[in-house]
Design a protein around this ligand. Structure first.
Ligand code: ADP
Ligand code: MG
Length: 481
């Protein structure tokens, strides 16, 4: 296949909307939604004579992200104007950082299936968002909502280090996870808090140079990113193989048709005439402040993942699930401190508590049962007082209903405690053997696999209360005759 001899080369420009309370250069509400044109003021409307004033939180968030990604922080960075004319940009320019961005370099490691990919960052800069034009509300008019105008963004620009749609997906997912850990953005792609421009070129496998690229603008879902890349790679390979050249262009992706197409020239052929914003002095901070921000970073997903694997002996699969979100990891660490063993705690968190959170739509911090109680619950299983499956099916739901009850007392009142009491067990085992004389005979002739059948019967009869180890010994002894 001709496609197999090519490889995609992909670089991303990710826009991340920051979760600050107010906008980047004025006090307007920066939250998502709201009645159209209610989060606005003379400044975000771009009235003449107004002056921008920097939101310091935005700078701190940028530095947090840069530090988490190993970027170099520019202690002096500056704002520029990016000029273009569009109806949702009342000032006629966007404030951005063109010459001296806040963060330079850094990288992110991706664990792909069977290999690792390091994606280097070119830089991270601060800018403000534009408003939103809405074309499908009225047949004859375009509507404009300026609530988003002036909301702070970070633009994260990668080197062209990505090689597939899967890697792009993994990178975006990891970036969203990191942003949430750092508390700087919810990274919600449906609400536009995270979107990206995808630069795609292709080259023959083994080549070291780069081909000409096209830029797919404003992709707002991981699935669309993968679809757009797949389409674009085929399109470019087809062109090259039929003797054509790739022309650098800016494209839109249409999710309905799965096709990329060039943007109208008017939209893409910008000469932004960047120049320093005369209204905003350079942003200057000290290394000491950067060090303080660094010291206050929370534990990051990668470090937690490694700790969960090394210190707690969890599988990579479990460690990955438990570090998806910071709230989950925090919860697990609290639980594991009290639990009899990490694996039991991980099973409980993954099989019971995360599903509870998903069903109820709440965070783990509002799980009704205290960690100490959960540890007692795990202890009952660990000591063989309640079987793991009975605990899962019956004791856990009861504990959620009565979160302040003692797990042991609940188990007692529900009659769930397992028994290794020989009188209790012996009676049941005798009954089971007596009811299945032919199977007993087969076993004694050498069909040893039948022990599982007998165990199952005893468990059923005891309603799960027979303690497995003692039962196994007793069944084996009785069968031996
Ligand atoms: P420009 O200055 O024209 O915007 P940049 O060098 O800033 O171009 O690159 C913009 C984005 O395009 C970056 O994410 C970068 O990784 C990506 N990129 C650059 N060259 C290529 C290429 N040949 N193929 C794919 N992506 C590329
Ligand atoms: Mg660029």
């Amino acid at each position: 296949m001709k496609y197999d001899s090519y490889e995609p080369v992909i670089g991303l420009e990710i826009h991340l909307q920051l979760a600050t309370q107010s906008k980047a250069f004025c006090g307007d509400d920066a939250s998502f939604g709201g009645e159209p044109n209610t989060h606005v003021s003379a400044i975000s409307l771009g009235h003449p004579g107004t002056l921008p004033r920097l939101n310091e939180k935005q700078v701190e968030y940028a530095v947090r992200l840069g530090l988490a990604l190993g970027s170099r922080i520019n202690l002096r960075n500056t704002f520029d104007r990016k000029n273009y004319f569009y109806t949702d940009l009342p000032k006629g320019y966007q404030i951005t950082q063109d010459r001296l961005p806040v963060c330079v370099g850094g990288s992110m490691d991706l664990q792909m299936e069977g290999y690792r990919r390091t994606v280097r960052l070119h830089h991270i800069h601060m800018e403000e968002d534009a408003g939103k034009s809405i074309h499908d509300l009225s047949p004859n008019h375009s509507m404009i909502d300026l609530n988003r105008a002036g909301v702070p963004l970070l633009e994260i620009v990668t080197e062209p280090d990505l090689r597939s749609g899967e890697e792009v997906d993994a990178f975006m997912t990891a970036m969203r996870q990191l942003a949430r850990y750092l508390g700087i953005s919810d990274g919600n792609m449906q609400e536009g808090s995270m979107r990206c421009d995808v630069n795609v070129s292709v080259r023959k496998k083994g080549d070291t140079g780069f081909g000409e690229r096209c830029e797919i603008k404003n992709v707002n879902s991981m699935r669309f990113a993968r679809q757009a890349i797949e389409f674009e790679v085929k399109r470019q390979v087809d062109l090259i193989e039929s003797g054509h050249e790739i022309v650098r262009s800016t494209l839109n992706f249409n999710p309905t048709t799965g096709v990329t197409s060039p943007m109208r020239d008017k939209e893409s052929a910008h000469d932004y005439r960047y120049f320093p914003d005369p209204d905003l002095p350079p942003v200057v901070f000290t290394q000491q402040w950067v060090d303080e921000v660094l010291a206050q970073l929370p534990p990051l997903p990668k470090a937690l993942f490694e700790r969960f694997v090394k210190e707690f002996g969890l599988s990579e699969y479990d460690a990955n699930l438990l570090t998806q979100e910071r709230g989950t990891a925090d919860f697990f660490i609290k639980l594991v401190e009290k639990a009899p063993n990490p694996k039991g705690a991980a099973n409980l968190a993954i099989n019971k508590i995360l599903p509870w959170a998903a069903e109820t739509g709440s965070g783990l911090e509002s799980f009704p049962v205290a960690v100490g109680q959960l540890a007692e619950y795990l202890q009952l299983i660990e000591e063989g007082k309640v079987s793991a499956s009975i605990a899962n099916q019956r004791l856990f739901p009861e504990l959620v209903k009565f979160p302040s009850a003692s797990p042991l007392e609940l188990a007692q009142s529900l009659n769930l405690l397992q028994s290794s009491d020989s009188g209790f067990l012996e009676k049941i085992v005798d009954e089971v053997l007596a009811a299945n004389p032919d199977k007993v005979a087969e076993y004694r002739k050498g069909k040893k696999g039948l022990i599982g059948f007998f165990m199952g019967e005893v468990m059923k009869k005891s309603q799960g209360k027979a303690e497995p180890k003692a039962t196994n010994e007793l069944v084996a002894k009785k069968l031996a005759g």
